[in-house]
Design a protein around this ligand. Structure first.
Ligand code: URP
Ligand code: ZN
Ligand code: ZN
Ligand code: ZN
Length: 508
């Protein structure tokens, strides 16, 4: 039995186990067997992993690539591209599939799920799915899939396109918003989406913030001239997230539909989710590295620099919120940790500096594009600041960054090291061979001119990244090419299921 590649003497970590001194045999892109002293032939390539942790490749289930930003009130509307090429007029300042996926592999992420964003004016989902396929095809360094953002749940979308999305396109999740003028749905529309999702086995991701509170506060803060970047946080305290999370959970209970609350930032929202889970509702939670490591004080940095940290929900004031996020990982409230990579450049007229122009010297927070870069740093941060710092076990790290996102979103060949699964693998430096370093943005491979994690200490970093058995990143070098990444059709969630428990005589 010819083996293409063997990883020798690894300490293999999965979401459940740690096996010392293991060999992993790989053939035709998949894991063939795991054991000790596995036989090799003359042609078998051998990768020595003595003293190293070997983990499944990261699955980042929340990133925004080639996606245009929802304009704030009073900001110019943008329209979708139709030809798969980003026209110069957008002066795009984020990451594309190419730059985003390149940064993914350099940080140990082998599969990404980004968003195909329906624009309010579209009555259909098909053109937008086709468009994002064109933007990704032949461009991706890593394997990829899409969620669809629904901003216009028209009759056609609900009754026809969602079924096409699942059956023709293999996309089994949608994201909806409770805030942002250009994206938010009212409760009636949310029920429409949930109703269809339940029938089709779709997992509904929800951005839970109360948009009306945010809009009212933003208007009132402007009257008071409280518009500097950190007042982004003033306009949306934790209760704004907690209220919307609770409302989303209530709607999902009415409809008996599984939901995932994305990018949870506060202890209050985490508590609401945990309460629902204790009642056995199919409610899942996601948090992100920035809510585990960064606080709101960063938005107060000199002049307009704080804009680099403006994201929604905002970084929180109190370190008890950071602790609550770690606790939520440990006690199972959170099922996944995703990057919510939603970057724009800082020093760019269509990036963070949109919030400065005409509003010098401190800018106006409502004009700052929301979101932070974090695709390349997610896995190393969780390994260094989570595992190496003793906050979480290696198994928990694998569960949150790889296995659970794969199961939650129906990526059936991804997320673990086991025979038959894709050989998507990260080999870490043996700890004694790694020199701790402080991160500089120039080390990263995204197209963004800053990282919110600048200066942070890293105790380890992926040494080799493999996708389907091919070494794509090794000791700082890129050994692959764009177009190597393959689109992944997905099944329904392996974790999220309706319960068939009802609150009245009504049935769907
Ligand atoms: O601030 C963020 N997260 N912006 C990106 C869009 C979103 O809500 O995920
Ligand atoms: Zn969101
Ligand atoms: Zn996002
Ligand atoms: Zn403005």
């Amino acid at each position: 039995m010819d083996v293409d590649l063997i990883i020798r003497n690894a300490t293999v970590v999965t979401a459940s186990d740690i096996w010392p001194a293991c060999d992993i045999a790989i053939k035709e892109g998949a894991i063939l067997s795991i054991g000790s002293n596995l036989p090799v032939s003359e042609d078998t390539r051998v990768l020595d992993a003595e003293g190293a942790f070997v983990t499944p490749g990261g699955v980042d289930a929340h990133c925004h690539l080639s996606q245009f930003y929802n304009p704030g009130p009073g900001e110019p509307e943008t329209t979708p591209t139709t030809d798969g090429i980003i026209p110069a007029k957008y002066n795009f300042s984020g990451d594309t599939q190419e730059t985003g996926s390149l940064s993914a592999i350099c940080g140990g992420t082998t599969t990404i799920i980004s968003f195909a964003n329906q624009f309010r004016g579209d009555d259909s989902l098909v053109p937008v799915i086709e468009e994002y396929h064109k933007l990704a095809e032949a461009k991706s360094y890593c394997d990829y899939a899409f969620h669809v953002i629904i901003t216009n749940p028209s009759k056609k979308v609900i009754e026809e396109d969602l079924q096409l999305m699942v059956e023709k396109y293999g996309i089994t999740s949608v994201k909806i918003f409770m805030t942002y003028e250009s994206a938010k749905l009212n409760d009636y529309q949310i029920l429409d989406v949930m109703h269809a999702s339940r029938k089709l086995g779709i997992t509904t991701m929800i951005h839970a913030e109360n948009g009306d509170v945010i809009d009212w506060m933003t208007d009132n803060l402007e009257v008071k001239n409280m518009v500097a970047p950190h007042h982004h946080g003033t306009s949306r305290p934790p209760i704004v997230e907690a209220e919307a999370s609770n409302r989303a959970i209530c709607l999902s209970e009415v409809m008996d539909t599984p939901i995932l609350l994305v990018h949870v930032s506060s202890g209050q929202a985490a508590k609401t989710i945990r309460k629902a889970q204790t009642r056995l509702l199919p409610v899942f939670g996601e948090t992100c590295p920035h809510y585990l490591f960064l606080l709101a004080e960063r938005m107060k940095r000199d002049g307009f620099e704080g804009a680099k940290y403006v994201c929604s929900p905002p970084l929180r004031e109190d370190s008890s919120d950071l602790e609550a996020m770690w606790q939520g990982i440990k006690n199972g409230t959170f099922t996944i940790v995703s990057s919510d990579h939603a970057p724009t450049k800082y020093d760019h007229p269509n990036g963070k500096k949109l919030g400065l122009h005409g509003h010098e010297p401190h800018g106006k927070f409502r004009c700052i594009p929301n979101g932070l870069p974090g695709l390349e740093t997610r896995v190393p941060l969780l390994f260094s600041g989570g595992v190496m710092s003793g906050r979480i076990t290696p198994q928990k790290f694998v569960e949150m960054t790889s296995s659970n996102p794969a199961k939650l979103y129906g990526l059936k060949n991804k997320g673990t090291i086991a025979p038959g699964f894709d050989a998507d693998i990260v080999i870490w430096y043996p700890q004694e061979k790694f020199e701790t370093f402080n991160l500089e943005n120039k080390k990263l491979h995204h197209s963004i001119d800053y990282t919110p994690f600048e200066g942070m200490e890293f105790k380890n970093w992926p040494r080799h990244t493999l996708i389907r058995g091919k070494v794509v990143f090794s000791e700082g070098k890129i050994l692959s090419h764009k177009g190597f990444g393959r689109f992944q059709r997905r099944t329904s969630s392996l974790l999220a299921r309706p319960r068939d428990v009802w609150l009245s005589e009504w049935r769907p």
